[in-house]
Design a protein around this ligand. Structure first.
Ligand SMILES: Cc1cc2nc3c(=O)[nH]c(=O)nc-3n(C[C@H](O)[C@H](O)[C@H](O)COP(=O)(O)OP(=O)(O)OC[C@H]3O[C@@H](n4cnc5c(N)ncnc54)[C@H](O)[C@@H]3O)c2cc1C
Ligand SMILES: NC(=O)c1ccc[n+]([C@@H]2O[C@H](COP(=O)([O-])OP(=O)(O)OC[C@H]3O[C@@H](n4cnc5c(N)ncnc54)[C@H](O)[C@@H]3O)[C@@H](O)[C@H]2O)c1
Length: 463
């Protein structure tokens, strides 16, 4: 029987532990904080919990449109108690972490609490305990990138992990960085009722998303009263109860709080990786191949420490693939072209498969069709007036190559198109499947139908 040692208990580590136990291996998992990792304790679960409150508040504020008024006929006014929101975040995250720990223990995974260091023989040392297995999986995760000129103090200058200790809504939150993390928190806090300024170093928010989707979100942010400032932050400092952010061109922005959302760095320093012959790439991530192997025999890596694609779902897939490889199960290498993800703004932006930029870059013949969700009868009933469904189909084979859904609960609707991309379904096969009437996913079927009859010669793009 093999013995697998796993360093890090986030999605990359705990999913692998479950798969390895199921395959009959002995598994020891070393974690210094809580099970579930940053995904559960500081990143995915807490941020999406705050966003859920923001979403419910904005629904409540729109109640009169759907015919709901207060008893006395006054407009429905709501206010957010951030201490209660964050208490719920902590409670939910620790419950989720405890559930994961209980599941692992029930499956027979040995959990060792403590900071692990990789030994030259590719085992793990925790305090004076040395754990030597037949294979090692590194699932070390990442942490917020810090700028020396804008060090978080945990009170006014914050990283996203500090946000959950706030007990009152900031008067004016300045968010530095308009990637997914910055955009999600900026919008959530605006919806919770804070004044928000978002500093975007590129010409639009969410620069890596579909340009039409990010342009729509940029407009939505402005309509909500958010201030968007173009430029790069050079520094942030306290000035009494204020925070002053200085941009590289010298402009200063004054607020009550500042959230630094300028990316992450991998937790690969000080863990003994070089001494164990495990190669890091030039950015400091553990170099891996598509079956999660590192440069050292018997050592695998998964998740944010690999820099492949920082998503919980990708971390879990890399961990599962590694275990299949170690334990001699059928191995299906990581398919980056099949990944689906969502930016949890309102509306949500969900994407799957190839982006339009990818298709153009790769010279693939495709046709794109899109429809606004506002035309959808269910959307009208629910008061949804923003969003669209866009599908890219291969003009020769008819396969669904990718899709973008912008709208309420896009994260749920995208699954149908994720199945289509992963299983190489054609647009006609998607169109032939029944959708419920009335449903938001009806628009997905309609867009697929409008791609029927694509021909190579009507390809608008490609070579
Ligand atoms: C604000 C935010 C929101 C996000 N939202 C989403 C989302 O909605 N959906 C999504 O798919 N992804 C989201 N992500 C990305 C997601 O959080 C990561 O991709 C995911 O956490 C990666 O999992 P992991 O297992 O690689 O690492 P982590 O979840 O970071 O876990 C790594 C674990 O390893 C432990 N560890 C590290 N070094 C040691 C050591 N030496 N000894 C012992 N233990 C150690 C750490 O304590 C940690 O618990 C979000 C990220 C951020 C920042
Ligand atoms: N919903 C989700 O699935 C979700 C949510 C959050 C994060 N994530 C994952 O984490 C990844 C990283 O996202 P992120 O937003 O944390 O990091 P990021 O690196 O994608 O974005 C950071 C942004 O900050 C900007 N920036 C850097 N320095 C700056 C400065 N001095 N002034 C102004 N702007 C500056 C960068 O140009 C960039 O746009 C995402 O690609 C995603 O994979 C996923």
């Amino acid at each position: 029987m093999s013995h697998v040692v796993i360093l890090g208990g986030g999605p990359g580590g705990y999913e692998a532990a479950l798969v390895a136990r199921k395959a009959g291996a002995d598994v020891t998992l070393v974690e210094r904080n809580g099970l579930g990792g940053n995904a559960v304790l500081t990143d995915v679960v807490p941020s999406k919990t705050v966003i859920a409150t923001a979403e419910w508040r904005s629904i409540a504020e729109r109640a009169p449109e759907l015919g709901i008024v207060a008893d006395d006929g006054a407009p429905v006014r709501t206010r957010v108690d951030l201490a209660a929101v964050n208490a719920r975040v902590h409670e939910l995250a620790s419950r989720q972490s405890a559930d994961i720990a209980a599941r692992l223990e029930a499956e027979g995974v040995r959990i060792v609490h403590g900071e692990g260091v990789v030994t030259p023989s590719r085992g793990v040392r925790v305090g004076d305990q040395e754990i030597q297995g037949d294979a090692l999986l590194l699932a070390l995760g990442a942490r917020p990138r810090r700028m020396a000129t804008a060090e978080p103090d945990g009170e006014r200058i914050l990283s996203w992990t500090d946000l959950y200790s706030l007990t009152a809504l900031p008067d004016h939150l300045i968010v530095v960085g308009s990637g997914v993390t910055g955009a999600e928190f900026a919008e959530a806090y605006a919806l919770l009722g804070a004044r928000v300024t978002l500093i975007a170093s590129q010409d639009r928010v969410l620069p890596r998303e579909d340009p039409e989707a990010s342009a729509m979100l940029t407009d939505v942010f402005r309509e909500r009263g958010m201030t968007l400032v173009g430029g790069r932050a050079a520094a942030a400092r306290r000035d009494g109860d204020d925070v002053v952010v200085t941009l590289e061109d010298g402009r200063e922005i004054r607020g009550s709080h500042c959230l630094m959302a300028v990316g992450s760095v991998p937790n690969t320093d000080g863990v003994g990786l070089a001494e164990a012959g495990i190669r890091l790439d030039e950015r400091g991530y553990v170099a891996v191949d598509k079956v999660s192997r590192t440069s050292a025999p018997g050592v695998y890596a998964a998740g944010d420490c690999t820099g492949v694609l920082p998503l919980a779902s990708v971390a879990a897939a890399q961990g599962r693939i590694a275990m299949a490889h170690v334990l001699g199960d059928a191995v299906r290498p990581l398919q980056l072209g099949h990944i689906s993800s969502t930016v949890f703004t309102a509306p949500e932006i969900a994407t799957v498969g190839a982006s339009e930029a990818d298709l153009i870059k790769r010279g693939i013949f495709y046709r794109v069709e899109r429809l606004d969700l506002a035309r959808n009868p269910r959307a009208k009933m629910l008061g949804i007036d923003q969003g669209f469904v866009k599908i890219f189909g291969h003009t020769v084979t008819g396969h669904v190559l990718g899709a973008v859904i912008v709208g309420s609960r896009a994260s749920e609707h995208v699954y149908a198109l994720s199945l289509a991309v992963a299983n190489r379904l054609t647009v006609d096969q998607v169109a032939d499947a029944f959708t419920v009437y009335p449903s938001l996913s009806g628009t997905t079927g309609e867009v697929a139908r409008s791609l029927h009859g694509m021909r190579e010669d009507d390809a608008p793009h490609g070579t």
